[in-house]
Design a protein around this ligand. Structure first.
Ligand code: PXP
Length: 242
């Protein structure tokens, strides 16, 4: 699978800034519109159990006001399933979620939680929502995703982003091998977490990857150069690496 690598822009942290003061500014829906204008292929938003950033109202408005496909990141809970089924976003990415974590730390244990996850994969798929499982780049997790019938996996690039030298090369190899394994088994591989202008190139160069989901860095960089500029530069860095 080669061709254009899609960029999903995660707008959670626009909502983080808004929620620091309450009120409506900055508006994550306006950010999604700016990201679309700058070449994003999709919008990603994580509705957390504690609603620390994106709120239910944001999801209502993103579904109503945005033309790009919405990738709803969600925990495998009945509450989130009901919300996903009510909205029917283009995609749902099932992520592990712990209240005390700052961000999604580590991938889903698709292998260990197979019985729990099967119900959610089936219900979401039955509603024509494209299910993605956010997993570590390991053969065991890809095989579990295959057994669960998930059409998409997203590889957690957090470790890649936070180590360097030989450890980074090893992690990159793991991601590339798992992307190849996924495609061989008919699963579309995506990747995301911790990606920046400086580290995106080797990930974007993995030919099997179809989509990257990037948020925190783009919103942070937007403080200095604006969101449209940061999205445009990320898009260019991804394209240059292909
Ligand atoms: N993909 C998934 C599944 C995530 O949970 C996150 C973080 O919310 C991202 C991608 C984006 O990570 P970052 O904000 O570090 O770019």
């Amino acid at each position: 699978m080669t061709g254009q690598l899609r960029l999903g822009v995660n707008i959670d942290h626009v909502a983080t800034i808004r929620n620091a003061r309450g009120g409506e500014h900055p508006d994550p829906v306006r950010a999604a519109i700016a990201a679309a204008a700058a070449g994003a292929d999709g919008i990603t938003a994580h509705l957390r159990e504690d609603r620390r950033h994106i709120t239910d109202g944001d999801i209502d408005r993103l579904m109503a006001e945005i033309d790009l496909p919405l990738n709803l990141e969600m925990a495998a809970t009945n509450e989130m399933l009901a919300i996903a089924l009510a909205h029917r976003p283009h995609a749902a990415c099932i992520v592990p979620e712990k209240r005390e974590e700052r961000t999604t730390e580590g991938g889903l244990d698709a292998a260990g939680q197979r019985n729990h996850l099967a119900y959610y994969v089936e219900k979401l798929s039955g509603a024509n929502i494209r299910v993605s499982l956010f997993i570590e780049p390991s053969e065991r997790q890809v095989e579990a995703a295959l057994r669960l019938g998930a059409p998409v996996v997203e590889f957690h690039t957090g470790r890649f982003a936070h180590v360097d030298g030989e450890e980074r090369s090893d992690e990159l190899r793991r991601i590339a091998d798992c992307a190849a394994l996924a495609v061989k088994n008919g699963i579309e591989p995506h990747a995301g977490h911790g990606l920046t202008f400086d580290n995106v190139a080797p990930i974007a160069a993995i030919p099997q990857l179809a989509e990257l989901n990037i948020g925190h860095f783009l919103v942070g960089e937007a403080i200095f150069t604006g969101l449209e500029d940061s999205v445009r530069r990320m898009r260019a860095a991804m394209d240059a690496a292909r």
